[in-house]
Design a protein around this ligand. Structure first.
Ligand SMILES: Cc1cc2nc3c(=O)[nH]c(=O)nc-3n(C[C@H](O)[C@H](O)[C@H](O)COP(=O)(O)OP(=O)(O)OC[C@H]3O[C@@H](n4cnc5c(N)ncnc54)[C@H](O)[C@@H]3O)c2cc1C
Length: 413
């Protein structure tokens, strides 16, 4: 009788828990080494505590350029449908909110709970408060075998799955990027990392002073006159920068450009539903209105008052001026600015405020089973890989897909 394969999973987050279940279901003897005192700390914070765990609008295009080519295959092996079936098999009902998938409980902690309970049911061993430090290959023949060193112990394993996550999120949830140097020690290529799905910073002095403003708008990101990303949604403008989903979606790319000293400008259009002709007609209506109105009163029926204040500040005009004294040309110029508010981006917020890490272990080093090509038996999954997706359940889908594929492969191959 052959003994069960010993699989060590480093990191008890979304990808690690999923990998552990997949491997244990195939009969492997699985141990999870988790550096904090519990599993799934970050997972329990996701989706504002509700966990947007996937999205029915799943496509490789929702992921970073370097992963798109292979993502289709990975999603084909373990995609949304398999994810829904997986969670159903754990006893968790999934709710579909316009394509965005959440646990019906409305609680991210219930996702953590069903994953941990399934691991326990399958006999997975949990080791808490131990940090993976080093992996040393020990086999003398072609059968993989490893000595795994942690902050407290040494383990022997036939397969090791690295699921230690990236740098995004609070440090208290274990987002310390340990996996990068551990993989580097093994000879893997680590691509430069950047915070992604993160607010952007600006030193623009005309930004709203108080609590800021939210508005549905289109934001285009430009280097010079060239637009490299354009997004629509609810933009949030505060005294120190811009955020909201459309800004976050482009933030990884912005971070990459800024790191190469390319100046990035965000252009906000507060009237995205109007084409040029329709906006011209709107301006004509406004030009007929002034009468005795003050500028701020005229604009109060046109757009959000905080945005009006910001625009007048940018144009160095006082709202108390009589609109008719401003002149038609100037008034036209003011109104046109609402479709072209340019804000220079000075930086991105730090990893603490980011939802995911851009960059990481190069996919070129990994097989279709997420195994390190040069060291059979070592697998890399989840955020640690050079994969980052859009906001909307895509990053967790990657954690489930990569975790399940690697867990199954590690126990079978
Ligand atoms: C605030 C917030 C909200 C988010 N909301 C969503 C959302 O709604 N939908 C979505 O798709 N994505 C969301 N994300 C992104 C998502 O959380 C991550 O993509 C996902 O958690 C990555 O899973 P992972 O298992 O690779 O890493 P993690 O979940 O970070 O897990 C890594 C684990 O490894 C442990 N670890 C680290 N180093 C070591 C070591 N040396 N030894 C042992 N253990 C170690 C850590 O303690 C941690 O438990 C959100 C992220 C944040 C920060």
């Amino acid at each position: 009788m052959t003994s069960a394969r010993r699989i060590l999973v480093a990191g008890g987050g979304a990808a690690g828990l999923c990998a552990a279940i997949a491997a244990a279901r195939e009969g492997a003897q699985v141990t999870i080494i988790e550096k904090t005192d519990s599993c799934g700390k970050k997972l329990s914070m996701t989706g504002n505590g509700r966990c947007n765990l996937s999205n029915f609008e799943m496509s490789a295009d929702a992921f970073n350029e370097d992963s798109k080519g292979r993502m289709k295959k990975w999603l084909g092996r373990f995609g949304v449908q398999q994810t829904v079936e997986f969670f159903t098999s754990l006893g968790l009902i999934i709710d579909n909110e316009d394509g965005y998938l959440y646990p019906i409980t409305g609680q991210a902690t219930s996702v953590v709970n069903v994953l941990v309970k399934e691991c326990e049911r399958l006999g997975v061993t949990f080791v808490y408060n131990e940090q993976l430090k080093k992996i040393i290959p020990t086999s003398s023949d072609n059968t993989p075998c490893f000595k795994v060193m942690t902050s407290k112990n040494e383990y022997e394993a036939d397969r090791v799955i690295l699921a230690t996550g990236g740098l995004a999120g609070p440090k208290s949830c274990g987002a310390t990027g340990d996996g990068y140097y551990i993989c580097e020690q093994l000879g893997m290529k680590v691509k430069d990392t950047y915070p992604s799905l993160v607010p952007l910073l600006s030193e623009d002095e005309t930004l709203p002073e108080k609590s800021g403003v939210r508005a549905y708008a289109t934001v285009s990101f430009m280097i010079g006159d060239g637009v490299f990303a354009s997004e629509y949604g609810e933009v949030q403008i505060t005294s120190n920068g811009i955020s909201g989903i459309p800004v976050m979606q482009a933030s990884g790319l912005v971070a990459q450009h800024l790191s190469k000293n390319r100046p990035v400008t965000a252009t906000i259009n507060f009237f995205p539903y109007y084409d040029n002709d329709q906006f011209e007609q709107l301006i004509d209506k406004m030009l007929n209105l002034p009468g005795d109105r003050r500028l701020e009163d005229l604009l109060s029926g046109f757009c959000n008052s905080n945005i009006n204040e910001m625009i007048l500040r940018r144009m160095k005009l006082s709202g108390s001026m009589k609109a008719k004294n401003v002149g038609a040309n100037m008034l036209k110029c003011i109104l046109n600015t609402y479709r072209d508010v340019r804000i220079e981006i000075s930086g991105v917020s730090d990893y603490k405020k980011a939802q995911v890490t851009r960059g990481g272990i190069s996919l070129g080093d990994l097989s279709d089973e997420l195994m390190y090509n040069k060291m059979p038996g070592v697998y890399v999954v989840g955020e640690l890989c050079d994969v980052d997706g859009r906001c909307g359940g895509y990053n967790l889908q990657w954690a489930w897909s990569s975790g399940y594929i690697a867990g199954e492969a590690a126990s079978c191959l």
